[in-house]
Design a protein around this ligand. Sequence first.
Ligand code: NAP
Ligand code: GDD
Length: 330
Amino acid sequence: MKRALVTGITGQDGRHLADLLTAKGYQVFGLIRGQANPKAEMILDENPALELVDGDLRDLSSLIAAVEQVQPDEVYNLGAISFVQLSFKQAELTAEITGLGVLRMIEAVRIVGGTDNNPIRFYQASSSEMFGKVRETPQSETTPFHPRSPYGVAKVFGHYTTLNYREAYGIHASSGILFNHEGPRRGLEFVTRKITNSLARIKLGLQDEISLGNLDAARDWGYAGDYVEAMWMMLQQDVPDDYVIATGETHTIREFLDVAFRIAGYDSWEPFVKHDTRFDRPAEVDLLMGDASKAKAKLGWTPKVTFEELVRMMYESDLAIETAKMEQGR
Ligand code: NAP
Ligand code: GDD
């Protein structure tokens, strides 16, 4: 039975990856931080086969202890401050966790190492946010980086740290440059889930409007369930490498609103959306669109869920959640 250690286990991707690896017969260990992390119960209910291990990406000795305890075949480093807007307000903490956290995690892998004939394989959750003010469209593994947020800068550090450990120490370390991926488990702070959740509440008469920032930004949005498969595929290769994972399609926030409100049975979203400057960013990433042809050729990976299917899945899930809450009087 293969053993995997996943950081960021309580996050959207950690939960999808735990399900995928469990279904593949892995024993999955999730790194959990804090004294009584309120999300621990929820993820254990969701995946009872999961085991939790204490640790924090700010604390190297806790990471070494976790790797020693688990003796993993594979480590997936998904833990981060992942909300770009928050990274502008807490830039130092973002550098600490999203940036230096990668160095600590891969250093723990280097120190513990695994056996000579079974060295630990490492996956780093890099991001399309590294492309920032994009130099070309679509963006591929060879597109230069120009990050536009403290989060993007920290991810560039983590990305190059992963490459450096691969080149310097021969670690089987791969970096997935993943474009935005969403789904019903997406945090409510991100724009897609904020829209589908608010829309469900508008439909049920619980809310009147949605306050949003820049509606003109364009993102390459895929489904998280498809994207965690790519993470696993990268670690099954003989040779570690870096891969862009994306759909190759781009849509503005306006287009997301068009599709979501149409699915919910409205002719127009304009009467329900108001602009709130609190959601504008000091520097914006205007356009992301990925070229995942390397992942298709080398990993055999392609996305399955379409943009419309993704929006529908998220809206229907939020409608069911909000209806259940309403019926329970919450
Ligand atoms: P997410 O839902 O925000 O989850 C972030 C996870 O990081 C949570 O489990 C959180 O734990 C954990 N974490 C935060 N601080 C930590 C610390 N000090 N020590 C250990 N763990 C800590 O993010 P996601 O959407 O699943 O994304 C997973 C990874 O992929 C992140 O690295 C993100 O930056 C990257 N990424 C995401 C996307 C995307 O579109 N989703 C695209 C490209 C890259 P708590 O619950 O305890 O806070
Ligand atoms: N969150 C949010 N809230 N975003 C808004 C809002 C709002 O009210 N209004 C407009 N937006 C715009 C943002 O300005 C941005 O251009 C776009 O919607 C997407 O914002 P997010 O959903 O917060 O995602 P992100 O693209 O900044 O970052 C996500 O994707 C990255 C990959 O490109 C995160 O998951 C990152 O962790 C990830 O690396």
